[in-house]
Write a protein that binds this ligand. Structure first.
Ligand code: SNW
Length: 285
């Protein structure tokens, strides 16, 4: 090999090193060696969530976010190497737009995975499948979905309940609320007759306000997933791996029993289950 060719190759190696370094220092929202998941702030994950969806996601007496989805997400993020997890409460209808436009890295709030929502965001694999429920006072006269005619039914804006009620309860008068707390206080005041929400959240309110459940609608075709900015495949892969491992080693089961005691558990999320399958079989007790 001639001396000038060697010199030329040496220069090429040096140039490659410089280019490599420049690439590593690129924009913080792109993935790089320093920011493998393309987070808004490298090393920290910003989560859009809800303060009043107990026991999924809620703030405790100290204002700290807790609940099944919160504890599961923290565990999964840690498995992916992210320990700085910052939750912020939003209206439900604001969560997916805020993830989509880059204000948050992820949305965590019992968000059912649907084709319509997949137009706005990507989702992790599913981690929760349950029921939608109508709750009402003992005196309302509502005893099932066939008694909703002419009644005022609360829904939280942007939820699956809103879409379901528009389609299936045309005989009811829908009243839209920004969050569950506003809807429940309208029920207890009597300004609406009932509220349509997720089963586990309903259970908490039933107990707290002496309300009753008047419907049980399975939502297994829309298991909850973590909402991720469209195209962030690195973050999706990291969260899916963490979720799979949390299901396989029994962490999911432990958290489920802690937050939803007595509720049936889909086999798919238990150790040995097919954790990636999108279809959820009816849960066994
Ligand atoms: O589709 C269900 C799922 O099967 C599980 O029961 C958890 O809740 C759901 O994801 C539906 N959740 C509603 C939604 O996605 C409301 C979410 C909320 O109020 N935080 O619109």
């Amino acid at each position: 090999m001639s001396r000038s060719l060697l010199k030329f190759l040496g220069a090429l190696v040096a140039l490659a090193a410089v280019l490599g370094l420049t690439a590593c220092g690129g924009g913080s929202s792109k993935t790089s060696a320093d920011n493998p998941y393309g987070l808004i702030t490298p090393g920290q994950i910003r989560v859009a969530s809800l303060g009043d969806a107990k026991p999924y996601t809620f703030t405790d007496a100290n204002g700290e976010f807790t609940g099944f989805d919160v504890e599961l997400f923290r565990d999964v993020a840690q498995r992916a190497g992210i320990t700085d997890v910052v939750f912020t409460g939003q209206d439900f209808s604001a969560i997916l737009p805020a993830v989509s436009n880059g204000q948050f890295d992820v949305g965590v709030a019992a968000i059912g995975i649907t084709d319509a929502r997949k137009q706005t965001v990507d989702f992790s694999n599913g981690y929760l499948a349950g029921y939608l429920t109508v709750i009402t006072t003992k005196e309302s006269g509502i005893t099932g979905v066939d008694t909703l005619a002419g009644k005022r039914l609360g829904v939280v804006q942007g939820t699956l309940q809103e879409a379901y009620a528009v389609k299936n309860f045309p005989q009811a008068n829908l009243v839209r609320f920004p969050d569950n707390n506003a809807a429940i206080s309208a029920v207890t005041r009597g300004s609406v007759d009932a509220h349509f929400l997720d089963y586990e959240a309903a259970k908490s309110y039933i107990k707290q306000y002496g309300l009753v459940s008047a419907a049980d609608i399975p939502s297994f075709d829309a298991p909850a997933g973590f909402a991720i900015k469209k195209g962030n495949t690195a973050l999706k892969a990291g969260l899916d791996k963490g979720l799979n491992d949390a299901m396989e080693d029994g962490t999911w089961k432990k958290l489920y029993q802690k937050w939803f005691p007595g509720s049936p558990m889909p086999k798919q999320y238990l150790p040995g289950g097919d954790h990636d399958a999108s279809a959820i079989a009816t849960p066994s007790s």
